[in-house]
Ligand binder design. Structure first.
Ligand code: NAD
Ligand code: WQD
Length: 344
């Protein structure tokens, strides 16, 4: 039987793009997802892009028996664990839900990996673990700041669980990828980010505003200590991010890790302000965006961007796509959403 890669949360934004890159690289993919923040139609669209349909099981990762069945029914070689609750604001309202889903899902997977002798896991971590760093750009050794939200805390705790598990078990091989701000969509415009309800994140808010679904974009804060006064982030094209998973998986499978717990910053190394993003959107799409600079959003950090030299050197991976590509693809995707999902 061919060995398979288990993608938890594989119908979601980053998971679906990674599924495409993995299938295109010859891997067989098993997706598990409870569809709480994604749509079953994503499977059709992955199939349309790649010509191959991933295996799919709808389940909640907190359900140990359900995920155990997947390990029983498929010969899993490695795991890529995307599934999580990810809305910062909601995590403040419902911390119990965030700790329950994000931590118990990981614990269930780790237990089953031991039971079924699966050693490799790639974990979706986040630049949120760094908070507002004192020195920029952020390297992998930049210390964590106390988490700003329960969501951020779950990512810190999950990294600690993984580190402790690696200390206790030499057989385990973990790579945490600390994503910066993933945006954009696949060039086919068949998969992309599908926020349910009002988007929290900048780029889907921009594309929905340009599409007339929102009256205006509020730019949160024009008085930061940055060149144009708006906050700075390291936006990375989701396809570049997806490709980082393929190289991380190859590293894990081929036993190329330098230690059994590794962690990498996955960004472009380039900081862009909110106004840079708006300008790039207008330039690359020809659309005019209605926006207004308003007060700061509580809990926001002023600026963060990655030092990616470690990931570039060790993984042999580098983000290739620039902000204009990110914006153009996000807009093409936005235009397709009503056709692909008429009920949204
Ligand atoms: P997403 O919401 O699009 O995808 C997550 C998927 O997990 C969804 O399809 C959802 O239905 C599924 N899921 C949630 N709870 C589940 C459960 N209990 N059981 C099974 N499936 C469940 O999010 P995304 O943007 O693709 O993020 C993927 C991962 O990357 C998450 O762990 C997120 O925290 C992390 N991350 C995302 C960003 C970002 O800005 N998008 C940045 C840093 C890290
Ligand atoms: C980007 C910039 C906003 C919306 C979040 C999570 C973080 C990580 C990535 C998962 C900021 C500004 C936004 C709007 C705006 N996710 N903005 N108007 O805040 O960097 O990080 O996503 O791990 O944990 O916190 O991303 O896209 O929300 O904001 O002006 O309507 O755009 O203030 O400066 P952020 P974002």
């Amino acid at each position: 039987m061919r060995k398979k890669i288990l993608l938890t949360g594989g119908t979601g934004f980053i998971g679906s793009h990674t599924a495409v890159e993995l299938i295109n690289s010859g891997f067989e993919v098993v997706i598990v997802d409870d569809l709480s923040n994604s749509r079953i139609e994503v499977l059709d669209n992955i199939e349309q892009i790649t010509g191959k349909r991933p295996h799919f099981v709808k389940l909640d990762l907190r359900d140990f028996g359900a995920i155990q069945n997947v390990f029983q029914n498929h010969q899993i070689e490695s795991v890529i664990h995307f599934a999580a609750k990810k809305a910062v604001g909601e995590s403040v309202e419902k911390p119990g839900l965030y700790y329950d889903v994000n931590i118990n899902s990981l614990l269930n997977l780790l237990k089953l990996m031991v039971d079924f002798d699966v050693s490799g896991i790639i974990f979706s971590s986040s630049c949120t673990v760094y908070g507002q760093p004192e020195v920029l750009p952020v390297t992998e050794s930049t210390p964590f700041q106390p988490a700003e939200s329960p969501y951020g805390n779950t990512k810190q705790i999950c990294e600690e669980i993984l580190r402790d598990s690696c200390n206790a078990n030499d057989h385990l091989k973990v790579i945490s990828l600390r994503y910066f701000n993933p945006v954009g969509a696949h060039e086919s415009s068949l998969i992309g980010e599908l926020p349910i309800g009002v988007p929290d994140n900048l780029v889907p808010f921009i594309t929905q505003t340009a599409a007339g679904l929102r009256p205006e974009l509020k730019v949160f804060g024009g008085d930061y200590d940055t060149p144009d006064g708006t906050a700075i982030r390291d936006y990375i094209h989701v396809v570049d991010l997806a490709k980082a998973h393929v190289v991380a998986l190859d590293r894990s499978i081929n036993d190329l890790q330098k230690s059994n717990y590794e962690f990498f910053n996955v960004g472009t190394g380039h900081g862009s302000s909110v106004l840079d993003v708006i300008k790039s959107f207008e330039k690359s799409t020809g659309e005019k965006l209605n926006y207004n600079i308003t007060g700061r959003r509580s809990g926001d950090i002023e600026k963060i961007f990655a030092d990616t030299s470690f990931a570039n050197r060790e993984l042999g991976w580098k983000a290739e796509k620039g902000l204009d590509d990110m914006m153009a693809s996000a807009w093409e995707w936005q235009l397709q959403v009503p056709k692909l999902f008429p009920d949204i």
